[in-house]
Each structure stands twice: as structure tokens, then as C-alpha cells.
Ligand binder design. Structure first.
Ligand code: MTE
Length: 311
């Protein structure tokens, strides 16, 4: 099936349904946009929302972001910090064959090729909003499978409380890894119950096509209620651990990027507001919703937790 055909198959009903869900989840969010200058570690997309006049005040439908945009506006620091150049730099990156290691507190540790993994766990389509911590967002039709299926098959031991994900360590082929400013390889982590949530997927494709290198081929995490940087690309290792693992962005700037990093318009980044976002392709900014609009499904994971402290 060609990606365009797949796009046509996404019926208005489906979009309508996702909008309904979206509307049902939202609360009233103030637009107290405290806007700041760009930082060294990320370039925030904060716009000029201080009066609210440039912000869409009524929720609008989620329309799929075009494939060309999804594949040419990328954060993938192993290649570059320049979003527009990642696709070109990654074009020859070899992602096949690729081995994923499952390690740590599991009954069946080992290595599996991603092609075997894709046969074992047939891909389903998941259309998710992706909200970057920098203040932009997209809607992406991923193909992949729920991480909990893999975790259940490898047999997670009772002592495991977190899942640690590691990206490639390959400075010869990943030019960005020659920068000593960052702690390579890229690492991420989830609490075990977050990893086991059905919304959490390992993606191997988008728009019905195999993932291109710039979007994290051959296998990446997608956690739609968290800022995009939690969705680590090109995973080489998944490790079940007892303690909260260190993560790439938290190591770099612990005051700015917490372990949880749930999308939260009420907790500004220290250098910019998170109240609004720019949907790539739109002029007006949109409100940002708690848990990126997936609160109905995931809020219970954080019952009793202070979401300001646990940012
Ligand atoms: N994964 C790795 N390995 N390296 C990265 O630099 N960037 C993250 C995340 N995963 C990143 C990564 C960030 S900041 C975002 S917003 C998303 O990937 C962007 O995904 P996309 O380029 O497919 O939209």
C-alpha cells in the first residue's frame, strides 16, 4: 500500500473520533506565556503568545502532518542539532541488519534482530500527537507494536522497576557523537508501569512505510503523553533495572528536563512557557494539554504524585 493510499484510508470518522477524545480530555489552561530567548541546548519554539491573540482559542481537529514534514524536521542529535539537515546526514546510515539486546532483570535476556521482531509482533497503526519540549508538535501515523508485548515475552522479574533504553554508540557513522558536550550514547527511561501502558509503542514505520533513518530506524520508542525527547530513536538495548536510570537530557540539564517529562502546560520550562505549541504547518499556536491530551488514559499512573516536583 502506498502511503498516499493509507492517508486516504484515514477516514474523517477516525479524525473526528480522535478530536472528540481530545476535547473530552482538555481542561482550561491559562495562556500565561512567559517567553524567553533561545537556549544553548534547545531552540524553543515559543512564538509570541503573550496576548493570546495568536493562539487558536477553540480546539481544532488533529490533521495528519505530511510525510515530507515528518521526515525533514527532525531532532536527532547523533547526526546534528540542525533539524533541517538530519535527513540528508542520515541518508546512508545503515539500519539493516540491526540487533536489539534485551538485558537486565528478565527471565530471557538475549539479542534479537529487528526483522525477526517485526515478524513476531505485526505492526498496527497508531496515530499520535507528538509534542516536543521546544514547543512544536505534529500528528504522526506510526506503525509499531505495544512494548508490553515484548516485555511480557521476555519475562520481567519482580525486582525490575524501570526500563532503560540505549541508542547507538557509533561516532564513526554518527557525526554528532563527536561532540563531547553530550553524554553518549543517548539514553532514556520509563517507570515499568509507563512502559507497560498500552499507548507505549516500539515504532518501526510511519505512514505504512518502513521508518526512515532520520525518524529513528529501525526501531524507536513512542510515548505520546511525554515530551518527544523521551521517544528515543534507533534503540540498541532495552534493559530492565531496579533503579531510576540516568537519561540523556536529565544528565545534561537536570533542572530543565526531569525524568518524567510528561507534557504539562502548567509547568513551564525554566526558559520558556509550555502553555502553547505550534502545530507544524499551522500559523496560530494551539493550547497544550496536560499529558498531551491523553490524560484520560494515563493520568492514573501519577495519582498522588506532585507533577510539579516530578517534572
Ligand atoms: N532519539 C535519539 N536517539 N536522539 C535524539 O536526538 N531526539 C528526541 C527524540 N528521540 C532524539 C531522539 C527529540 S528531542 C524529539 S522531539 C524526537 O525524537 C523527535 O522525533 P522526530 O524527529 O521523529 O519528530
Amino acid at each position: 500500500m502506498k502511503p498516499d493510499d493509507l492517508h486516504k484510508e484515514i477516514t474523517p470518522e477516525k479524525l473526528y473520533f480522535s478530536r472528540r477524545k481530545f476535547l473530552a480530555l482538555v481542561g482550561t489552561v491559562g495562556l500565561s506565556a512567559a517567553l524567553v530567548a533561545c537556549g544553548i541546548t534547545t531552540t524553543p519554539d515559543t512564538g509570541t503568545a503573550s496576548t493570546g491573540s495568536l493562539v487558536t482559542d477553540t480546539p481544532v481537529p488533529d490533521i495528519l502532518t505530511p510525510l515530507d514534514t515528518i521526515t525533514h524536521y527532525n531532532n536527532f542529535y547523533e547526526f546534528s542539532t540542525d533539524k533541517g539537515s538530519v535527513a540528508d546526514l542520515a541518508v546512508n546510515y545503515k539500519t539493516e541488519p540491526w540487533t536489539l539486546e534485551i538485558a537486565g532483570l528478565v527471565e530471557h535476556p538475549g539479542k534479537i534482530s529487528v526483522s525477526d521482531l517485526m515478524k513476531t509482533y505485526p505492526a498496527e497503526e497508531r496515530i499520535y500527537r507528538l509534542r516536543c519540549v521546544e514547543g512544536w508538535s505534529m500528528v504522526i501515523p506510526w506503525n509499531g507494536f505495544a512494548l508490553h508485548k515484548l516485555l511480557s515475552d521476555v519475562g520481567v522479574k519482580d525486582s525490575a522497576k524501570y526500563v532503560k533504553f540505549t541508542g547507538p554508540d557509533d561516532p564513526a557513522n554518527l557525526p554528532g557523537q563527536n561532540s563531547a558536550f553530550y553524554t553518549w550514547p543517548y539514553t532514556e527511561g520509563l517507570r515499568l508501569d509507563e512502559a507497560n501502558h498500552d499507548l507505549t509503542i516500539l515504532a518501526t514505520g510511519l505512514y505504512g512505510k518502513i521508518l526512515p533513518p532520520q525518524d529513528g530506524a529501525p526501531i524507536r520508542l513512542v510515548v505520546p503523553w511525554k515530551y518527544g525527547f523521551k521517544s528515543i530513536k534507533s534503540i540498541v538495548k532495552i534493559e530492565l533495572v531496579a533503579d531510576q536510570p540516568p537519561t540523556f537530557w536529565n544528565l545534561l540539564a537536570p533542572d530543565e528536563y526531569g525524568f518524567y517529562s510528561n507534557v504539562n502546560p502548567n509547568v513551564p520550562h525554566p526558559r520558556w512557557s509550555q502553555a502553547t505549541e505550534r502545530r507544524i504547518g499551522e500559523l496560530k499556536r494551539r493550547q497544550t494539554y496536560i499529558f498531551n491530551g491523553y490524560g484520560e488514559q494515563v493520568a492514573y499512573l501519577y495519582d498522588g504524585m506532585d507533577l510539579v516536583k516530578n517534572y
